[in-house]
Design a protein around this ligand. Structure first.
Ligand SMILES: CC(C)(COP(=O)(O)OP(=O)(O)OC[C@H]1O[C@@H](n2cnc3c(N)ncnc32)[C@H](O)[C@@H]1OP(=O)(O)O)[C@@H](O)C(=O)NCCC(=O)NCCSC(=O)C[C@@H](O)CCCCCCCCCCCCC(=O)O
Length: 343
């Protein structure tokens, strides 16, 4: 489709937009665990950037990772005011490996690029405009606005808009900047490889011509790509989302099941954990029967729980709810209807 638009002489300028209100969330992370297939992103982006006619990115929803890298290959970027942009690869144990580490510093400067790439944070459209990451922000239909804009620049050469040809904005003391950032990033990274590789890649952008910078980006990415850390962080990405789908054996789920109010509970075993659970329940207004068969443990627990409740009440400026808890050493009185929790 893109090849067709770029080679058709009747087409004077092109708009790239997403689907369902989202520009692009980046590469499919699931594909990273099997041999890569499909058109490789780097040549696709190079093809867009080197097009002889203006190409405009219409950014709605999100432009993340490879999605933002694609937008950086376009000659103009127009974002919806609700859009979010970012290069979050560092959270997946990677770096922006489709030219993002080389184009972003050339567009917004080294300090801002280091911030976005090493933290992976998303920016709003307003911040993106302030940084110079996008050219315009609109509250209206983004694709319509981008089409209007593309028509208005259709007779202009995109030559001066190719980010890969920009010199990296000068910084008064590049060595000191990188030394300082590297030290802070290493401290924060606690052994993670990706944030450090991100700093190295941006340094390549600041010190090398674009083609050599891309080569350095590729080398650094190749090391990260196959690392155990990247695999672990990508597993973590999907595991976090799987948490929301988790259900009880009965089929109950956090989002589909009505919570039942708990007024009474029994805590069996008053070791360290049991005491803490009893205190938390009482402080939440639940009446507790605290059961412990070991007499010595029971005596100690009564004292410990009372003083925890008194300290907590003092902090919150309320009376301690000592009447909400009863103690028992009689295991046979264990109730089946109550919420129970153990040591
Ligand atoms: C996009 C989001 C903001 C959406 O959030 P939302 O809350 O709406 O929804 P969910 O988060 O619940 O997601 C819904 C659903 O979608 C799944 N999903 C989301 N994003 C992805 C994704 N990127 N890939 C796959 N699946 C995704 C999610 O799991 C949910 O499904 P589920 O079934 O689990 O419920 C939000 O989702 C988000 O923030 N997504 C991640 C955005 C991101 O991190 N993007 C960056 C991706 S990495 C990337 O783009 C890399 C690029 O830099 C390009 C790299 C170029 C590759 C070059 C490779 C060279 C390698 C050389 C190696 C050589 C090795 C050798 O020598 O062999």
């Amino acid at each position: 489709m893109m090849d067709k638009a770029l080679s058709d002489r009747k087409v004077k300028s092109v708009v790239i937009c997403g689907h369902n209100g989202k520009f692009c969330g980046g590469a499919d992370i699931r594909e990273f665990s099997s041999p890569l297939t499909g058109p490789l992103l780097i040549p696709v982006i190079q093809g867009v950037e080197s097009a002889a006619k203006p190409v405009v990115a219409a950014i709605e929803g999100v432009a993340l990772g490879g999605g933002l890298e694609l937008a950086l290959g376009c000659h103009y970027r127009i974002a919806n005011s609700k859009a979010r942009l970012g290069l979050p690869e560092v959270h997946l144990g990677l770096l922006p490996g489709a030219g993002g580490s080389q184009r972003l510093p050339r567009l917004i400067g080294v300090p801002a690029a280091l911030d976005l790439i090493t933290t992976g944070r998303h920016v709003t459209a307003a911040e993106a405009l302030q940084l110079g990451l996008v050219d315009r922000v609109t509250d209206r239909n983004t694709v319509d606005e981008a089409v209007k804009f593309a028509l208005s620049v259709a007779d202009q050469s995109p030559q001066s808009r190719r980010i890969s040809t920009f010199p990296c904005p000068r910084h008064p003391d590049l060595d000191a900047l990188f030394e300082d950032v590297m030290q802070r990033v290493r401290q924060r990274a606690r052994g993670a490889l990706a944030p450090v590789a991100c700093v190295r890649a941006v340094r390549a952008a600041a010190t090398l011509p674009f083609p050599q910078g891309m080569e350095r980006e590729r080398e650094l990415m190749a090391t990260l790509f196959t690392s155990g850390q990247a695999r672990a962080q990508q597993y973590h990405f999907f595991a976090q989302r799987a948490v929301g789908r988790w259900s009880m054996p009965s089929g109950a789920r956090w989002d589909k099941t009505k919570p039942v109010a708990v007024h009474k509970a029994m805590v069996i075993g008053l070791g360290t954990m049991g005491r803490g659970i009893a205190v938390a329940l009482v402080q939440a207004g639940v009446s507790v029967v605290a059961m412990e068969t070991n007499e010595k443990q029971l005596t100690d627990a009564k004292q410990a729980i009372s003083s925890m409740l008194e300290r907590g009440a003092k902090r919150r400026g309320v009376a301690p709810a000592l009447d909400k808890i009863r103690y028992s050493s009689d295991h046979s009185r264990r109730s089946r209807s109550a919420l129970t929790g153990g040591p």
